[in-house]
Design a protein around this ligand. Structure first.
Ligand SMILES: [Zn+2]
Length: 273
């Protein structure tokens, strides 16, 4: 996949063969704190697996929280010694070493809620739940379930545009439909749905061809083929941007053996979605 690297957003992990320890740290939001933490001699000897550096709350400016996970295997470092060094580091307000629930289980129960941006909440849906949501409804309802998924995606796409467009335009001014779509397609990738490439664009919204590489909806399918929620989602976005109802048809799909999923927009005819 061009210009892409996978990322792990550690919320929990189970690795009993490692010596994993996790730390919850609160620091002052000021330059140099992270550098001082990262140069603690004990930390330099262990294998850092994860470091989240994020505001605790947008309402508590001046404080930033960290969730640090490290593998101490073979390091000779005492986890309590690192904790003491963290606590004594300039700029650190508080530090805590997580107690093990059982060996190898690490959970970030420190950071909650999750925000994508200021006051804009998000949840992370793992592939187990996603498979249940996407395939279970198709198992139970058949073609009606596929239509349901499409409409859910369509309404979600419209709502995303309705939520973000006024905010974006108030900050950066009026932009073209293509610029807005390019920004949204990057957000779609940033949220983990698919890597989007727009192969063809049109001024009337018809004949837009969109390639989705690694589309999670189709990658997870085991008992069904083809996207419905995601094609509804991009149909909703493009319909809002163009001010008329557009339909994204999936003309290629990884669940059918193609290398990519591809979508082509057409006008909506009565009874066709
Ligand atoms: Zn597909």
């Amino acid at each position: 996949m061009a210009n892409s690297e996978p990322i792990g957003i550690l919320r929990f992990t189970l690795s009993p063969k490692r010596e994993l320890y996790s730390y919850k740290v609160v620091v002052r939001h000021e330059p140099g704190v992270i550098t001082r933490i990262c140069t603690i001699p004990e930390l330099k000897k262990v294998d850092v697996q994860h470091l989240t550096y994020a505001p605790i709350s947008f309402k508590k400016r001046g404080r930033v929280s960290l969730f640090l996970v490290a593998d101490f295997c073979g390091s000779g470092v005492d986890p309590e010694a690192l904790l003491e060094k963290l606590k004594r580091t300039k700029g650190v307000i508080d530090a805590e070493l997580d107690k093990e629930i059982f060996p190898g289980l690490i959970i970030d129960d420190f950071h909650f809620p999750i925000y994508l941006m200021k006051d804009y909440r998000a949840i992370i849906v793992g592939q187990g739940m996603l498979s249940g949501l996407l395939e279970g409804i198709r198992d139970e309802m058949g073609p009606a379930g596929e239509a349901f998924l499409y409409h859910q995606g369509f309404e979600a796409g419209k709502m995303v545009v309705d939520y973000w467009l006024p905010m974006v335009q108030s900050i950066v001014g009026i932009r073209t439909k293509r610029e807005l779509w390019d920004a949204m397609s990057k957000v779609i990738k940033a949220l983990g749905w698919a890597s989007i490439e727009t192969l063809n664009w049109s001024d009337d919204g018809i004949g837009i061809r969109i390639r989705a590489d690694g589309l999670v909806e189709c990658q997870l399918l085991k008992r069904h083929m083809g996207s419905h929620m995601f094609r509804g989602f991009i149909s909703g976005i493009l319909s809002r941007l163009f001010g008329k109802e557009l339909l994204a048809k999936e003309v290629k799909c990884i669940s059918k053996g193609d290398e990519y999923c591809e979508f082509l927009t057409t006008e909506v005819f009565v009874g066709e979605r």
